[in-house]
Design a protein around this ligand. Sequence first.
Ligand code: FMN
Length: 226
Amino acid sequence: MAKISWKPGNMLYPLPAVMVSCMREGERPNIITLAWAGTICSDPVMLSVSIRKERYSHAIIKETGEFVVNLTTRDLVFATDYCGVRSGKDVDKFREMNLTCAPSSKIMAPGIAESPVNLECVVEEIKELGTHDMFIAKVVAVNVDDKYMNESGRFDLNSSDLITYSHGSYFTLGEKLGTFGYSVKKQGTKQGTKQGTKQGTKQGKKPRRSTEMKTSKKQEKAQGIK
Ligand SMILES: Cc1cc2nc3c(=O)[nH]c(=O)nc-3n(C[C@H](O)[C@H](O)[C@H](O)COP(=O)(O)O)c2cc1C
């Protein structure tokens, strides 16, 4: 097995391809597609998006200090690509893509109604990195489509046909391979595996709750965290 060594390049894949909506007072709302986006803190809940200075949305988000991250699905893949190759300077992306503005609860910028999850964000810090500025933001509200709530009150996000972006192409998520912590679950339990116990978990010992999971019980249930 041989590796080919390249000079540094962005090769961290797969990534989310999110549609970020933003709006400046007196102007129509805009959408920018972003793949350079990530979760960065659980308490306070924070995320980051990296945007090139020359993007039309960069100025809007810098000025207003807010934006909405909208998760994308198979049904939204065409619009996701379109909002990533056309500028709001020239076109009304909501209108062109037949998307609906969903009023936000805590900020002015609207979300996208057709997206299963809208994360309302307030910018805390802008870090100039080089080609991109990183907007570090606090998530101030999370709006989820109630059509994905199942009978037991759990939010079944994975049934919304989310998409991902990898090395120039869009994909759906594909086959489910395991659930959080399944590798250390006891053998004989529904999700336990032989490999998991072999790798050093004491039989019978519960997997430790990570800090990422320290949310309220009610929210955990709705989010499907066990
Ligand atoms: C899949 C995909 C991912 C993208 N990710 C980013 C990104 O992370 N940061 C960025 O500045 N531009 C990114 N772009 C490019 C912008 O979305 C694109 O330049 C867009 O037209 C800017 O819109 P605006 O001029 O209305 O702000 C991406 C485009 C696509 C198609």
